[in-house]
Design a protein around this ligand. Structure first.
Ligand SMILES: Cc1cc2nc3c(=O)[nH]c(=O)nc-3n(C[C@H](O)[C@H](O)[C@H](O)COP(=O)(O)OP(=O)(O)OC[C@H]3O[C@@H](n4cnc5c(N)ncnc54)[C@H](O)[C@@H]3O)c2cc1C
Length: 368
């Protein structure tokens, strides 16, 4: 079988990787350079518990199942490429700066504690003891010790390297200009390199998936970009890193071996690619009020990403009305976390022709 994947973010690359593991012939087509869009702007938090929402238990279970698969993926990718992914259990502190925020945190504690009994509430002093970089001027904190994270920049490098080493044809600087359809089948994709043909096509172009000509017309995918601005800070001798993920109501701080990621705004402004003064102010104010030491850090970069978002905030995964066209997008805030399970379920569907039970709530047909 020949599989052609459109889009080289973590989702497209992971599907290409998993498909290649089946022994299939795989082509991945990326309009720019793999992994440099949404997947690069992400913070790499792998946190099913402290991202859980009331009434979204289905998403929690998918997220948790994907996290369970991470250790095996990390071992394989690190083994094949020698690139360390810095996959770590780090724990998250959710910080309340005032009584209002504390009320909100206590409300969410009920949900988080039900999902993971190890989650606990801490006084400001207890939180400070756990994370010395934290301000004492807070109302309290919630601690989720089981949360994980990964260095998503390293993950991108490793996935790309594993694809090339594994014999996947990776075509970069190759925008898909149109998918060609005939009688409810996809017969090829038009690119500047000419028509590319395969047996099965996977649409994984992140927040741009619905814009590809002929997808737009034939397969209306209800997708919108939710903009996120992110700051990359570098610690200095006088401004050490926090040791844990610190999350607040205006910003979160995620320490990586070589940088501190401060994110993220959540804006409904379409594909506006520019950072804004207000966005950066919001992030810096929120981060500074929790971890004052960031004041002395170097501001190394500002990133803007677009979360691929559906009306119900769940991904769209699996078959479409076009017989040999499969979709994997809409991962919103959880695409890094959902990478392993997305790839495994999509490839299971391609292998068996049966929709796996775990995919049933995430099918395209729920929007028809
Ligand atoms: C600020 C921010 C923080 C985030 N933090 C986290 C986090 O901590 N944890 C987490 O799990 N998730 C996080 N996310 C979400 C996560 O980043 C996304 O869900 C995930 O990256 C989506 O991956 P993707 O491969 O679908 O999209 P992308 O990474 O955008 O990849 C899609 C690719 O398709 C390519 N493409 C588009 N059109 C075409 C075309 N016509 N032809 C060829 N190629 C095309 C693009 O160039 C791009 O490379 C965050 C997102 C943002 C924006």
């Amino acid at each position: 079988m020949h599989v052609l994947v459109i889009g080289g973010g973590v989702i497209g690359m992971a599907i290409a990787y998993e498909a290649r593991r089946q022994g299939w012939s795989v082509t991945l087509v990326e309009r720019n350079h793999c992994g440099q869009a949404t997947s690069r702007a992400a913070a790499g938090m792998l946190v099913p518990v402290t991202e859980a929402q009331f009434g979204e238990e289905e998403m929690y279970h998918l997220n948790a199942a994907s996290l369970d698969r991470y250790p095996e993926w990390v071992e394989r990718l690190e083994g094949e490429t020698g690139i360390p992914l810095h996959f770590r259990t780090m724990g998250t502190l959710v910080v309340a700066r005032d009584p209002d925020e504390w009320g909100y945190v206590k409300h969410f504690f009920e949900l988080y504690h039900r999902l993971d009994p190890a989650v606990q509430l801490l006084t400001p002093r207890e939180a400070h003891r756990l994370e010395p970089a934290l301000s004492l001027n807070i109302a309290g904190a919630l601690y989720s010790p089981g949360d994980h994270q990964i260095d998503n920049w390293q993950l991108i490098r490793a996935l790309r390297e594993a694809l090339v080493r594994g014999g996947v044809q990776v075509l970069e600087d190759t925008p898909v200009e149109r998918i060609v359809l005939a009688d409810d089948r996809c017969t090829g994709v038009e690119t500047a390199r000419g028509l590319l043909e395969a047996d099965v096509y996977v649409l994984a172009a992140g927040p741009w998936t619905h814009q590809i000509p002929d997808v737009r017309e034939v397969l209306p995918i209800p997708l919108r970009p939710v903009k996120g601005q992110v700051l990359i800070l570098k610690p200095t001798a006088t401004a050490p890193m926090p040791e844990r993920v610190v999350r607040g109501f205006q910003a979160y701080l995620v320490p990586k071996p070589d940088r501190l990621v401060v994110g993220a705004t959540q804006e409904e402004v379409g594909f506006d690619p520019y950072p804004t003064a207000g966005g950066i102010y919001t992030l810096l104010e929120g981060a500074y009020e929790m971890v004052p030491g960031i004041y002395d850090m170097t501001l190394a970069d500002i990133l803007v990403g677009f979360r691929p978002t559906t009306p119900d905030h769940k991904p769209i995964l699996g078959p479409t009305p076009v017989e040999n066209l499969v979709v994997a997008t809409g991962h919103f805030r959880h695409g890094i976390l959902l990478m392993p399970i997305t790839a495994e379920l999509i490839v299971e569907y391609l292998r068996t022709g049966q929709v796996p039970t775990a995919l049933r709530s995430f099918l395209y047909e729920r929007f028809r």
